[in-house]
Design a protein around this ligand. Structure first.
Ligand code: SAM
Length: 214
């Protein structure tokens, strides 16, 4: 296990968001037509988070979902967020400080999490798995499984492949997803060792929600 400071840039084959991190929130708002707060809310709900639990946000970016998860588990719970991009973690840490939330944000890659086995009740990963090459998707999710308690939940939210405006915008941002991406993701989660992998029935034009247990 390697620990990473805020300035250390970990090696990863994942596509990290670096120079445009300060523009990320605005871009996401525009591309999602302002629907991200609803997606965050559904993600936390899908995670079945309870007060007092320990939750990890993997590839947390600028921390909006992490903050919402922290609110749900409360001060008696524990919230951590990791991202391989120091610029993203800087922004997320600043937001948490501003809101007075005690969140353990760290610069780290999904494939080498700086946590012991079985530390978390739940893990969330939003819009990040498609940033990883296929073999790293499996390795990274297996690493997430390692830090979950037995019976711990994983929620993966990712882009929905599509042909309309949503598909066009994803394409524009360099995300070319196969039509059966949801099925592929399900198989990837199973390959990483997760059980009860299910595609959730959450109505959304842009993203899909999957949940699994360790
Ligand atoms: C599209 S952003 C999603 C951010 C946030 N989860 C959200 O829902 O807005 C994808 C994030 O994954 C991060 N990332 C890419 N490869 C990674 C890796 N190997 N380990 C951890 N984070 C990674 C990027 O730096 C980026 O912040």
């Amino acid at each position: 296990m390697t620990t990473h400071t805020h300035d250390h840039v970990p090696e990863t084959e994942g596509a990290t968001i670096t120079w445009w991190a300060p523009l990320y929130d605005a871009c996401t708002w525009l591309v999602s037509f302002g629907t991200m707060p609803g997606v965050r809310k559904s993600t936390v709900k899908a995670g079945r988070l309870k007060a007092g639990e320990a939750v990890l946000d993997v590839g947390c970016g600028t921390g909006d979902l992490t903050l919402r998860a922290a609110r749900r588990v409360g001060a008696e719970g524990r919230t951590a967020g990791i991202d391989a991009s120091p610029n993203m973690i800087k922004i997320a840490s600043r937001k948490a400080a501003k809101k007075g939330r005690d969140i353990d944000f760290r610069v780290a890659p999904i494939e080498d999490l700086p946590f012991a086995d079985g530390e978390f009740d739940a893990a969330l990963s939003s819009l990040m798995v498609h940033h990883l090459p296929d073999d790293l998707k499996v390795r990274g999710l297996a690493e997430v499984r390692r830090v979950l308690k037995p019976g711990g939940r994983l929620v993966v939210v990712d882009l929905k492949p599509g042909k309309g405006i949503v598909g066009f915008l994803s394409h524009l941002m360099g995300h070319r997803l196969p039509d059966d991406y949801a099925e592929q993701l399900k198989a990837t989660m199973q390959e990483a060792g997760f059980e009860d992998v299910e595609l959730l029935d959450v109505k959304n034009r842009m993203v899909i929600f999957l949940r699994a247990t360790k």
